[in-house]
Design a protein around this ligand. Structure first.
Ligand SMILES: [Mg+2]
Length: 338
């Protein structure tokens, strides 16, 4: 039999099921940041799970146990934020090497609970096992959102603008500083270096922004950026049956990332920022008429600088607007099996 290798998204499709659900409480199944369950009340239940594998998602000598615990909790909370939801409860399962000591576990617990405290989450259960080699940490998060106000990936329409909840590419630059760029890292302003490394190791999910956007009622689609902006915008476009024209060189790039580019992290910071991944900022669309009100409102009420960066169009696919014209963009980002 010929060997057939599948990408991450083909694997997800394979497990998606064959249409329909056994129970009518399923408001939305596989394919968004969370599953949405309608329990009959005014609020729906949001459920998500996310996995961190040693040497795939983290390197044990490049992250402290505290940071590992924080990040595992934060990336799951970010998926609740991506639906416009409120995170409520977490379950944690871990497979750990036989040699793992008490200090490592205490750090892991403290980081996880610090993030849970920050976002109002209760840790309610879990499981542990010995791992023969690399460690694996898997969290499941429950959240809630008003039943009629859950923000999905599928509502983007031509005439919408796509926004980012903050600068992107910082986490990928932080990863570079911790790995290939470790020798050059000393040439960077320490404040910039800390900002980039922290973006990678201690992401801050945008729960308040997600709730604020859901309350405005203007957002047509939303997700969080985990795989890279272009890839994630591609997910929104496919789910919505639309395409997008993306500001390339015009994308505002964080100063710390520009500085990292100057010491060898990347040649074109804007291009790097669009494909980086693990940013955990929100990516959402809203009608262009509301752009100014949303940008001003987020600035004044939350102190958040929204970044409009793409225009939704009827024609499928992503196009990149650059100095030399418009090119079709092949979304490059993270695929674990790619
Ligand atoms: Mg997500």
């Amino acid at each position: 039999m010929a060997e057939r290798r599948l990408g991450e998204f083909e694997i997800i499709d394979m497990f998606r099921g064959r249409g329909g659900h056994r129970h009518d409480w399923v408001q939305h199944g596989i394919g968004d940041d969370c599953a949405v369950l309608d329990l009959g009340g005014e609020r729906s239940l949001l459920v998500t799970t996310d996995l961190m594998v040693e040497r795939v998602h983290y390197l044990r000598d490049a992250i402290t146990p505290w940071q590992l615990g924080w990040k595992a909790m934060a990336v799951n909370i970010s998926d609740i934020a991506a639906m416009g939801g409120t995170p409520r409860a977490a379950f944690a399962a871990a497979a750990l090497q036989p040699g793992v000591d008490a200090a490592f576990l205490e750090g892991l617990r403290d980081g996880m609970l610090a993030c849970a405290d920050r976002y109002g989450v209760d840790l309610l259960g879990g499981d542990t096992s010995r791992a023969p080699q690399d460690g694996v940490l898997c969290l499941t998060l429950l959240g809630t959102a008003p039943r009629d106000r859950v923000l999905l990936r599928s509502g983007a329409r031509p005439g919408d603008v796509a926004f980012l909840g903050g600068p992107v590419g910082l986490s990928a630059a932080g990863l570079w500083l911790l790995t290939q760029g470790a020798e050059q890292a000393g040439r960077l302003d320490p404040a910039h270096r800390d900002r980039l490394v922290k973006a990678h190791l201690e992401p801050q999910p945008q729960v308040e922004l997600g709730l604020w956007l859901a309350e405005r009622g203007l957002v047509t689609s939303m997700m969080d950026v985990s795989d890279g902006v272009l890839q994630d915008l591609g997910h929104i476009c496919r789910a919505s049956g639309v395409g997008a024209l993306v500001a390339g060189e015009a994308l505002p790039v964080d100063r710390a990332l520009v500085q990292a580019g100057a010491i060898g992290c990347c040649e074109q910071p804007w291009r790097f920022a669009l494909s980086g991944g693990e940013d955990y900022v929100l990516l959402f669309t809203a009608p262009a008429d509301h752009q100014d009100a949303l940008v001003a409102g987020a600035r004044h009420e939350l102190g958040i600088e929204l970044i409009p960066f793409a225009w939704i169009e009827p024609e499928p696919g992503l196009r990149l607007f650059g100095a030399d014209g418009i090119h079709s963009a092949r979304p490059r980002g993270w695929d674990h099996f790619g």
